[in-house]
Ligand binder design. Structure first.
Ligand SMILES: Cc1ncc(COP(=O)(O)O)c(C=O)c1O
Length: 380
Protein backbone atom coordinates (compact mmCIF):
# COMPACT_ATOMS: atom_id res chain seq x y z
CA UNK A 1 0.00 0.00 0.00
CA UNK A 2 1.41 3.41 -0.96
CA UNK A 3 2.12 5.69 1.98
CA UNK A 4 -0.24 8.66 1.73
CA UNK A 5 1.42 10.63 4.56
CA UNK A 6 3.68 13.51 3.55
CA UNK A 7 7.35 13.06 4.56
CA UNK A 8 8.54 14.60 7.84
CA UNK A 9 10.28 17.85 6.95
CA UNK A 10 11.61 18.55 10.42
CA UNK A 11 14.58 16.21 10.26
CA UNK A 12 15.68 17.38 13.71
CA UNK A 13 13.06 14.97 15.08
CA UNK A 14 15.38 12.11 14.17
CA UNK A 15 18.93 11.77 15.53
CA UNK A 16 21.50 12.45 12.77
CA UNK A 17 23.19 9.12 13.45
CA UNK A 18 19.93 7.25 12.94
CA UNK A 19 19.01 9.26 9.85
CA UNK A 20 22.19 8.10 8.12
CA UNK A 21 21.95 4.46 9.24
CA UNK A 22 22.14 1.48 6.90
CA UNK A 23 19.77 -1.11 8.33
CA UNK A 24 20.56 -4.82 8.37
CA UNK A 25 19.03 -6.58 5.39
CA UNK A 26 17.62 -9.99 6.35
CA UNK A 27 17.24 -12.76 3.77
CA UNK A 28 13.99 -12.78 1.82
CA UNK A 29 10.97 -14.65 3.17
CA UNK A 30 8.87 -14.96 0.02
CA UNK A 31 5.67 -16.99 0.02
CA UNK A 32 5.94 -18.65 -3.39
CA UNK A 33 4.21 -21.99 -3.79
CA UNK A 34 6.62 -24.87 -4.36
CA UNK A 35 9.69 -22.72 -3.66
CA UNK A 36 12.74 -24.56 -2.32
CA UNK A 37 13.98 -22.07 0.23
CA UNK A 38 17.72 -22.36 0.82
CA UNK A 39 18.56 -18.72 1.58
CA UNK A 40 18.38 -18.12 5.35
CA UNK A 41 19.94 -21.20 6.94
CA UNK A 42 16.67 -22.41 8.37
CA UNK A 43 16.43 -26.08 9.32
CA UNK A 44 14.49 -28.17 6.80
CA UNK A 45 13.05 -30.39 9.55
CA UNK A 46 10.21 -29.26 11.82
CA UNK A 47 10.62 -28.99 15.59
CA UNK A 48 10.21 -32.31 17.43
CA UNK A 49 6.60 -33.49 17.94
CA UNK A 50 7.17 -33.01 21.68
CA UNK A 51 8.01 -29.34 21.11
CA UNK A 52 4.94 -28.78 18.94
CA UNK A 53 2.76 -30.49 21.57
CA UNK A 54 4.26 -28.37 24.37
CA UNK A 55 3.59 -25.14 22.47
CA UNK A 56 0.03 -26.18 21.57
CA UNK A 57 -0.71 -27.18 25.17
CA UNK A 58 0.58 -23.83 26.42
CA UNK A 59 -1.56 -21.78 24.01
CA UNK A 60 -4.43 -21.23 26.44
CA UNK A 61 -5.63 -18.67 28.97
CA UNK A 62 -2.06 -18.29 30.26
CA UNK A 63 -1.31 -16.05 27.31
CA UNK A 64 -2.76 -13.17 29.34
CA UNK A 65 0.09 -13.50 31.88
CA UNK A 66 3.63 -12.16 31.60
CA UNK A 67 6.22 -14.89 31.09
CA UNK A 68 9.02 -15.57 33.56
CA UNK A 69 11.20 -12.44 33.27
CA UNK A 70 14.54 -14.25 33.50
CA UNK A 71 13.63 -17.48 31.66
CA UNK A 72 14.61 -19.12 34.94
CA UNK A 73 13.55 -22.72 34.20
CA UNK A 74 15.20 -22.62 30.77
CA UNK A 75 18.42 -21.20 32.20
CA UNK A 76 18.45 -23.97 34.83
CA UNK A 77 18.09 -26.63 32.14
CA UNK A 78 20.76 -25.00 29.96
CA UNK A 79 23.09 -24.76 32.96
CA UNK A 80 22.72 -28.51 33.57
CA UNK A 81 23.41 -29.19 29.90
CA UNK A 82 26.57 -27.06 29.86
CA UNK A 83 27.88 -27.86 33.33
CA UNK A 84 27.59 -24.32 34.69
CA UNK A 85 25.24 -22.26 36.85
CA UNK A 86 22.08 -20.41 35.74
CA UNK A 87 23.96 -17.18 36.61
CA UNK A 88 26.33 -17.99 33.73
CA UNK A 89 23.47 -17.80 31.23
CA UNK A 90 21.30 -15.07 29.76
CA UNK A 91 18.51 -15.87 27.32
CA UNK A 92 17.55 -13.44 24.57
CA UNK A 93 14.95 -12.81 21.92
CA UNK A 94 17.19 -14.66 19.48
CA UNK A 95 20.94 -14.38 19.85
CA UNK A 96 20.69 -11.20 17.75
CA UNK A 97 19.23 -9.39 20.74
CA UNK A 98 22.17 -10.45 22.90
CA UNK A 99 24.72 -9.38 20.28
CA UNK A 100 23.08 -5.95 20.37
CA UNK A 101 23.06 -5.89 24.18
CA UNK A 102 26.77 -6.77 24.25
CA UNK A 103 27.49 -3.82 21.96
CA UNK A 104 25.56 -1.49 24.24
CA UNK A 105 27.04 -2.88 27.45
CA UNK A 106 30.73 -3.10 26.57
CA UNK A 107 31.45 -0.43 23.95
CA UNK A 108 31.49 3.33 24.43
CA UNK A 109 29.73 5.28 21.69
CA UNK A 110 32.37 7.30 19.87
CA UNK A 111 31.87 11.02 20.60
CA UNK A 112 32.91 12.08 17.10
CA UNK A 113 30.32 9.77 15.55
CA UNK A 114 27.47 10.83 17.77
CA UNK A 115 28.19 14.53 17.65
CA UNK A 116 30.21 15.47 14.57
CA UNK A 117 31.53 18.64 16.20
CA UNK A 118 32.88 16.82 19.26
CA UNK A 119 36.60 16.50 19.71
CA UNK A 120 38.46 13.59 18.25
CA UNK A 121 38.49 10.04 19.51
CA UNK A 122 42.02 9.72 20.75
CA UNK A 123 43.68 8.85 23.07
CA UNK A 124 41.92 5.49 23.46
CA UNK A 125 39.95 4.63 20.34
CA UNK A 126 39.69 0.95 21.27
CA UNK A 127 37.07 1.80 23.90
CA UNK A 128 34.81 2.69 20.97
CA UNK A 129 35.69 -0.27 18.80
CA UNK A 130 33.58 -3.23 17.68
CA UNK A 131 35.99 -5.54 15.93
CA UNK A 132 35.24 -8.57 13.74
CA UNK A 133 36.69 -10.55 10.89
CA UNK A 134 35.41 -10.17 7.41
CA UNK A 135 33.59 -11.85 5.90
CA UNK A 136 31.47 -12.82 8.91
CA UNK A 137 27.97 -12.12 10.18
CA UNK A 138 26.87 -8.91 8.47
CA UNK A 139 24.91 -7.78 11.53
CA UNK A 140 28.04 -6.80 13.50
CA UNK A 141 28.84 -3.57 11.61
CA UNK A 142 25.17 -2.61 11.78
CA UNK A 143 25.16 -3.01 15.56
CA UNK A 144 28.27 -0.85 15.80
CA UNK A 145 26.71 1.79 13.59
CA UNK A 146 23.43 1.89 15.52
CA UNK A 147 25.38 2.35 18.74
CA UNK A 148 27.63 5.05 17.32
CA UNK A 149 30.69 2.87 17.82
CA UNK A 150 33.58 2.29 15.44
CA UNK A 151 33.23 -0.81 13.28
CA UNK A 152 36.58 -2.39 12.59
CA UNK A 153 36.61 -5.17 9.98
CA UNK A 154 39.78 -7.24 9.66
CA UNK A 155 40.09 -9.65 6.73
CA UNK A 156 40.25 -13.40 7.27
CA UNK A 157 42.86 -15.19 5.18
CA UNK A 158 41.85 -15.95 1.56
CA UNK A 159 40.74 -19.48 2.54
CA UNK A 160 38.66 -17.92 5.38
CA UNK A 161 40.98 -19.29 8.06
CA UNK A 162 41.82 -17.15 11.10
CA UNK A 163 45.07 -15.20 11.07
CA UNK A 164 47.28 -16.39 13.94
CA UNK A 165 47.93 -14.10 16.91
CA UNK A 166 51.47 -13.56 15.56
CA UNK A 167 50.05 -12.50 12.19
CA UNK A 168 47.56 -10.18 13.87
CA UNK A 169 50.38 -8.63 15.89
CA UNK A 170 52.40 -8.22 12.73
CA UNK A 171 49.60 -6.53 10.79
CA UNK A 172 48.62 -3.09 11.98
CA UNK A 173 44.87 -3.28 11.93
CA UNK A 174 43.96 -5.74 14.65
CA UNK A 175 43.33 -4.17 18.04
CA UNK A 176 44.04 -6.40 21.02
CA UNK A 177 42.34 -3.86 23.28
CA UNK A 178 39.13 -3.53 21.22
CA UNK A 179 36.19 -3.14 23.60
CA UNK A 180 34.31 -5.91 21.82
CA UNK A 181 35.42 -8.56 19.33
CA UNK A 182 32.94 -10.80 17.52
CA UNK A 183 34.17 -14.10 16.06
CA UNK A 184 31.68 -16.19 14.08
CA UNK A 185 32.73 -19.78 14.69
CA UNK A 186 32.18 -21.77 12.57
CA UNK A 187 32.41 -18.85 10.19
CA UNK A 188 29.45 -17.54 8.22
CA UNK A 189 29.14 -17.19 5.27
CA UNK A 190 32.13 -19.41 4.44
CA UNK A 191 31.15 -22.35 6.67
CA UNK A 192 34.77 -22.78 7.76
CA UNK A 193 35.30 -24.35 11.20
CA UNK A 194 37.93 -23.16 13.68
CA UNK A 195 39.85 -25.19 16.22
CA UNK A 196 39.14 -24.42 19.86
CA UNK A 197 42.90 -24.31 20.42
CA UNK A 198 43.33 -21.42 17.94
CA UNK A 199 40.31 -19.59 19.38
CA UNK A 200 41.83 -20.01 22.81
CA UNK A 201 45.07 -18.34 21.68
CA UNK A 202 43.08 -15.43 20.29
CA UNK A 203 40.99 -15.12 23.45
CA UNK A 204 44.12 -15.14 25.62
CA UNK A 205 45.56 -12.28 23.59
CA UNK A 206 42.45 -10.07 23.73
CA UNK A 207 42.02 -7.48 26.48
CA UNK A 208 38.39 -6.54 25.72
CA UNK A 209 35.28 -8.73 25.63
CA UNK A 210 35.22 -11.51 23.02
CA UNK A 211 31.94 -13.00 21.80
CA UNK A 212 32.37 -16.37 20.10
CA UNK A 213 29.22 -16.57 17.99
CA UNK A 214 28.49 -20.28 17.72
CA UNK A 215 25.17 -20.03 15.88
CA UNK A 216 26.07 -23.04 13.68
CA UNK A 217 28.24 -25.04 16.04
CA UNK A 218 25.98 -28.09 16.25
CA UNK A 219 26.97 -28.95 12.68
CA UNK A 220 30.68 -28.71 13.51
CA UNK A 221 33.19 -31.06 15.10
CA UNK A 222 34.28 -28.84 17.98
CA UNK A 223 32.78 -26.12 20.12
CA UNK A 224 34.48 -23.56 22.31
CA UNK A 225 32.03 -23.39 25.19
CA UNK A 226 34.72 -24.20 27.72
CA UNK A 227 36.46 -20.92 26.86
CA UNK A 228 33.43 -18.97 28.11
CA UNK A 229 33.64 -20.81 31.40
CA UNK A 230 37.40 -20.44 31.67
CA UNK A 231 38.01 -16.81 30.66
CA UNK A 232 36.13 -13.96 32.38
CA UNK A 233 36.11 -11.83 29.21
CA UNK A 234 34.76 -14.48 26.81
CA UNK A 235 31.10 -15.08 25.99
CA UNK A 236 29.74 -17.86 23.80
CA UNK A 237 26.56 -17.14 21.81
CA UNK A 238 24.18 -19.96 20.92
CA UNK A 239 20.79 -20.05 19.26
CA UNK A 240 17.80 -22.37 18.99
CA UNK A 241 17.14 -20.99 15.50
CA UNK A 242 19.34 -23.13 13.28
CA UNK A 243 20.08 -26.58 14.66
CA UNK A 244 16.90 -26.65 16.75
CA UNK A 245 14.39 -25.56 14.08
CA UNK A 246 13.04 -22.68 16.15
CA UNK A 247 13.69 -19.44 14.22
CA UNK A 248 10.04 -18.52 14.55
CA UNK A 249 10.17 -18.45 18.33
CA UNK A 250 13.33 -16.32 18.64
CA UNK A 251 15.38 -17.87 21.43
CA UNK A 252 19.14 -17.56 21.82
CA UNK A 253 21.51 -17.40 24.78
CA UNK A 254 24.97 -16.40 25.96
CA UNK A 255 27.17 -18.37 28.33
CA UNK A 256 29.91 -16.62 30.29
CA UNK A 257 31.21 -15.17 33.53
CA UNK A 258 28.40 -14.22 35.90
CA UNK A 259 29.56 -10.59 36.06
CA UNK A 260 29.32 -10.13 32.29
CA UNK A 261 25.99 -11.95 32.26
CA UNK A 262 24.66 -9.77 35.12
CA UNK A 263 25.76 -6.67 33.18
CA UNK A 264 23.77 -7.73 30.12
CA UNK A 265 20.86 -8.66 32.34
CA UNK A 266 20.71 -5.08 33.66
CA UNK A 267 20.07 -3.57 30.26
CA UNK A 268 17.69 -6.06 28.66
CA UNK A 269 13.92 -5.59 28.45
CA UNK A 270 12.14 -7.05 31.47
CA UNK A 271 10.27 -9.69 29.46
CA UNK A 272 12.64 -10.10 26.54
CA UNK A 273 11.86 -13.76 25.86
CA UNK A 274 8.25 -14.59 25.06
CA UNK A 275 6.53 -17.36 27.03
CA UNK A 276 5.90 -19.76 24.17
CA UNK A 277 9.53 -19.39 23.12
CA UNK A 278 10.67 -20.38 26.63
CA UNK A 279 8.34 -23.39 26.60
CA UNK A 280 9.46 -24.46 23.12
CA UNK A 281 13.14 -24.17 24.06
CA UNK A 282 12.60 -26.19 27.26
CA UNK A 283 10.83 -28.93 25.33
CA UNK A 284 13.64 -28.89 22.76
CA UNK A 285 16.17 -29.66 25.48
CA UNK A 286 13.96 -32.57 26.51
CA UNK A 287 14.24 -34.21 23.08
CA UNK A 288 17.84 -33.69 21.97
CA UNK A 289 17.95 -37.17 20.43
CA UNK A 290 15.49 -36.04 17.76
CA UNK A 291 17.68 -33.05 16.85
CA UNK A 292 20.93 -35.01 16.84
CA UNK A 293 19.41 -37.37 14.27
CA UNK A 294 18.56 -34.31 12.13
CA UNK A 295 22.12 -32.94 12.42
CA UNK A 296 23.37 -36.22 10.95
CA UNK A 297 20.95 -36.00 8.01
CA UNK A 298 21.89 -32.39 7.31
CA UNK A 299 25.62 -33.14 7.50
CA UNK A 300 25.19 -36.10 5.11
CA UNK A 301 23.24 -33.88 2.65
CA UNK A 302 25.93 -31.19 2.98
CA UNK A 303 28.72 -33.58 2.10
CA UNK A 304 26.72 -35.06 -0.81
CA UNK A 305 25.82 -31.63 -2.21
CA UNK A 306 29.41 -30.41 -1.88
CA UNK A 307 30.68 -33.42 -3.84
CA UNK A 308 28.02 -33.15 -6.57
CA UNK A 309 28.49 -29.40 -7.08
CA UNK A 310 32.27 -29.88 -7.21
CA UNK A 311 31.76 -32.44 -10.01
CA UNK A 312 29.78 -29.77 -11.90
CA UNK A 313 32.64 -27.28 -11.67
CA UNK A 314 31.63 -25.32 -8.57
CA UNK A 315 34.39 -24.42 -6.12
CA UNK A 316 32.93 -25.48 -2.78
CA UNK A 317 34.58 -24.62 0.54
CA UNK A 318 34.56 -27.35 3.19
CA UNK A 319 31.73 -26.52 5.59
CA UNK A 320 31.14 -27.21 9.28
CA UNK A 321 27.70 -25.57 9.20
CA UNK A 322 24.26 -26.12 7.66
CA UNK A 323 25.20 -24.16 4.53
CA UNK A 324 27.94 -24.13 1.92
CA UNK A 325 29.69 -21.31 0.12
CA UNK A 326 30.22 -22.18 -3.53
CA UNK A 327 31.72 -20.34 -6.49
CA UNK A 328 29.68 -21.29 -9.53
CA UNK A 329 31.19 -21.89 -12.98
CA UNK A 330 30.42 -20.16 -16.27
CA UNK A 331 28.27 -17.20 -15.10
CA UNK A 332 28.68 -14.66 -12.31
CA UNK A 333 27.14 -15.76 -8.99
CA UNK A 334 24.48 -13.03 -9.19
CA UNK A 335 23.24 -14.49 -12.48
CA UNK A 336 23.13 -17.94 -10.93
CA UNK A 337 20.95 -16.53 -8.17
CA UNK A 338 18.37 -15.46 -10.76
CA UNK A 339 18.69 -18.63 -12.84
CA UNK A 340 18.07 -20.73 -9.73
CA UNK A 341 15.18 -18.51 -8.76
CA UNK A 342 13.63 -19.02 -12.20
CA UNK A 343 13.64 -22.72 -11.27
CA UNK A 344 12.02 -21.98 -7.91
CA UNK A 345 15.17 -22.46 -5.86
CA UNK A 346 16.12 -19.58 -3.62
CA UNK A 347 19.74 -19.30 -2.45
CA UNK A 348 21.64 -16.29 -1.08
CA UNK A 349 24.05 -13.93 -2.76
CA UNK A 350 25.94 -11.15 -0.95
CA UNK A 351 27.25 -8.07 -2.70
CA UNK A 352 30.26 -7.66 -0.36
CA UNK A 353 33.48 -7.80 -2.46
CA UNK A 354 34.99 -10.78 -0.59
CA UNK A 355 32.00 -13.01 -1.35
CA UNK A 356 30.29 -11.56 -4.42
CA UNK A 357 31.59 -14.41 -6.58
CA UNK A 358 29.87 -17.01 -4.41
CA UNK A 359 26.46 -18.39 -3.60
CA UNK A 360 25.60 -19.34 -0.05
CA UNK A 361 23.38 -22.39 -0.13
CA UNK A 362 21.52 -23.60 2.95
CA UNK A 363 21.46 -27.36 3.36
CA UNK A 364 17.91 -28.61 3.13
CA UNK A 365 16.69 -32.18 2.85
CA UNK A 366 18.44 -34.69 0.60
CA UNK A 367 15.56 -34.29 -1.90
CA UNK A 368 16.07 -30.49 -1.95
CA UNK A 369 19.81 -30.98 -2.49
CA UNK A 370 19.05 -33.34 -5.40
CA UNK A 371 16.64 -30.77 -6.90
CA UNK A 372 19.35 -28.11 -6.67
CA UNK A 373 21.90 -30.31 -8.42
CA UNK A 374 19.35 -31.09 -11.14
CA UNK A 375 18.68 -27.37 -11.61
CA UNK A 376 22.43 -26.61 -11.74
CA UNK A 377 22.86 -29.29 -14.43
CA UNK A 378 20.02 -27.78 -16.44
CA UNK A 379 21.52 -24.28 -16.14
CA UNK A 380 24.89 -25.54 -17.34
C1 LIG B 1 26.40 -15.99 12.76
C2 LIG B 1 25.02 -15.74 13.25
N1 LIG B 1 24.84 -15.36 14.52
C3 LIG B 1 23.62 -15.11 15.02
C4 LIG B 1 22.50 -15.25 14.22
C5 LIG B 1 21.16 -14.87 14.80
O1 LIG B 1 20.45 -15.92 15.27
P1 LIG B 1 19.10 -15.71 16.05
O2 LIG B 1 18.04 -16.27 15.20
O3 LIG B 1 19.30 -16.49 17.34
O4 LIG B 1 18.92 -14.25 16.34
C6 LIG B 1 22.63 -15.63 12.90
C7 LIG B 1 21.44 -15.73 12.05
O5 LIG B 1 21.47 -15.77 10.85
C8 LIG B 1 23.92 -15.88 12.40
O6 LIG B 1 24.10 -16.24 11.12
Amino acid sequence: MANSQPPIRNLKLIRPLVRGLHAYVPGEQPKIKGLIKLNTNENPYPPSPKVLAAVKNAADGRLRLYPNPTAQALREKLARLHGCKPENIIVGNGSDELLALATRAFVEPAPALIEPTAVVLRPRPWRYSVQYFTPSYSLYPVLAEIHGALASAIPLKPDFSLPSVAELKHGEMWEFHAALTFVTTPNAPSGRGYKTSELEKLCRAQRGVVVLDEAYVDFAEENALKLALRFPHVLVARTFSKAYSLCFQRVGYFVGHHDLIATLDKIRDSYNVNGLGQIAAMATLGDLKYYRANFKKIIAAREWLSRELTKLGFRVFPSRTNFILAKPPLFPAKEWLQKMRDRKILVRWFSAPEVRDYLRITIGTQAEAAALVKAARAIL
